[in-house]
Design a protein around this ligand. Structure first.
Ligand SMILES: [Zn+2]
Ligand SMILES: [Zn+2]
Length: 437
């Protein structure tokens, strides 16, 4: 057997890390997959390579996050290896050693936002975003599309790329009115300098392969084609599976494989998926075979019954309506952009963020400069119930002189009597500066 595409795989089950021994996000998630992959002889296929993970560095993390109080206190070694596993796949791809790759790593990352006060949705640092910014820093890749197919809205990845016009973020997820984290509606389309590069497709409970593949054809592939990314990354969460214990969807291993075959991501990164024995081994094998360009038609869960998980006509109708709404909203983007440019120089938003894993709230006031020259500087005044207040100032890649000078002034003028922590992440200079109380 030969793979038609050379595929790199990283396995990192993080044996010594779990939120608690019986928490759904635990090491067994990958142990069953590892067994299945070896039992099926997948690693003997010509063209499939196992890659060894490594540690991501503090610089890799600080290109993306503002960790409160600092990386040492916020991030464990397991998180750094999970992110580092993604970096290894990125290196192999960019060096031409593989045509695509799959980082089967944990802990997951897509609920981790720009500012990190603790863990949300089992995530502490956003491993995909760490990889994406590494690809840019190390290899100069510019336009990247991230397609998040986890059952939960990828709110952390959305937050990190909300103001970045060069990252297309598309999330397909169970409707936020019925599932954590409660966000990800079609109206959420990106910040004023990046309108339209965030795309959200909420799906009703009970959506099966038919619905996912419909959205792929109708929204995901056309939007990607229009955006013309250099690379496609898939946040490959597997909790849409019909047997998943914490969600309500009807997706199957066959469905995931078909989606992967059509999307053809360069890099897939495992996200959620908590049906440890019933789904993960089959879904992962399906995705691996689809990535490698091989026949996956025999990958089936032991209890697979397509009739039992077929979506209802009501679900089909609701999905069609959501897609129509999204396409309609996209038509209004040029007018919306126009309005921002003519409006005030700065746009603010305030919000409340729940750290469900650690059990506290964070309040944020975010300010972005409307800029015609660059993606615009962003500052976040953030205070958490856990007790700390931070001012986080971000200069984007390719930031213009005015945005940089303004960011420096804000950083210099911010008082450490008011903030426990003042940070400046300058992506032009490649530096991360901190002032502490
Ligand atoms: Zn999930
Ligand atoms: Zn600017």
């Amino acid at each position: 057997m030969n793979a038609s595409r050379r595929t790199g795989l990283v396995f990192f089950p993080a044996f010594d890390w779990a939120i608690s021994p019986d928490h759904p996000e635990r090491e067994e998630r990958l142990l069953y997959t590892q067994d299945q992959v070896f039992e099926e002889g997948i690693m003997d296929i010509e063209g499939l390579t196992e890659l060894k993970p490594r540690l991501a560095s503090p610089d890799d993390v600080q290109r993306v996050h503002f960790c409160v109080p600092d990386i040492e206190h916020s991030v464990t070694e397991s998180h750094l290896i999970s992110a580092g596993g993604c970096l290894v796949v990125a290196d192999a791809l960019m060096k031409g050693e593989v045509d695509c790759g799959f980082a089967l790593v944990r802990p997951p990352g897509h609920h981790a936002m720009k500012v990190v006060h603790g863990s949300r949705g089992f995530c502490t640092i956003n491993v995909e975003a760490v990889m994406v910014e590494y690809l840019r820093h190390q290899y100069g890749v510019d336009r990247i599309a991230i397609v998040d197919t986890d059952c939960h809205h990828g709110d952390g990845t959305q937050d990190i790329y909300w103001h970045d016009p060069n990252t297309l973020f598309i999330s397909l997820h169970q409707d936020g009115r019925t599932l954590y984290p409660g966000s990800g509606f079609p109206e959420e389309m990106g910040g004023p300098n990046a309108l339209g590069t965030t795309v959200n497709v909420p799906l009703p409970p009970g959506t099966s392969a038919e619905g996912f593949l419909y959205v792929l054809e109708r929204i995901v592939l056309p939007v990607i084609e229009e955006f013309e990314p250099e690379l496609i990354v898939n946040s490959a969460g597997q909790d849409n599976h019909y047997s998943d214990p914490i969600t309500n969807m009807n997706f199957s291993a066959q469905g995931y494989a078909a989606l992967t075959e059509r999307l053809q991501p360069h890099i897939a990164v495992l996200e959620g998926g908590y049906s440890i024995e019933g789904a993960l081994p089959y879904v992962n094998v399906g995705i691996i075979l689809a990535l490698a360009g091989m026949d996956y038609s025999r990958v089936r869960e032991p209890d697979y019954d397509p009739d039992r998980i077929k979506q209802s006509e009501m679900v089909t109708a609701a999905i069609r309506q959501t897609c129509d709404q999204i396409l309609e909203l996209r038509k209004s983007l040029p007018a919306k952009r126009e309005k921002y440019v003519k409006g005030s120089q700065y746009v603010e938003r305030t919000r409340k963020i729940f750290y469900d894993t650690d059990g506290f709230f964070e309040g944020q006031k975010e300010t972005v400069r409307i800029c015609q020259e660059c993606a615009g500087l962003v500052s976040i005044d953030s205070w958490a119930d856990s007790g700390r207040r931070i001012l986080a100032v971000h200069v984007p890649r390719g930031g213009c002189e005015v945005c940089r000078a303004t960011a420096n002034r804000w950083f210099d003028n911010a008082s450490t009597r008011r903030f426990d922590l003042v940070c400046l992440q300058d992506r032009v200079a490649g530096t991360y500066q901190v002032k502490r109380a």
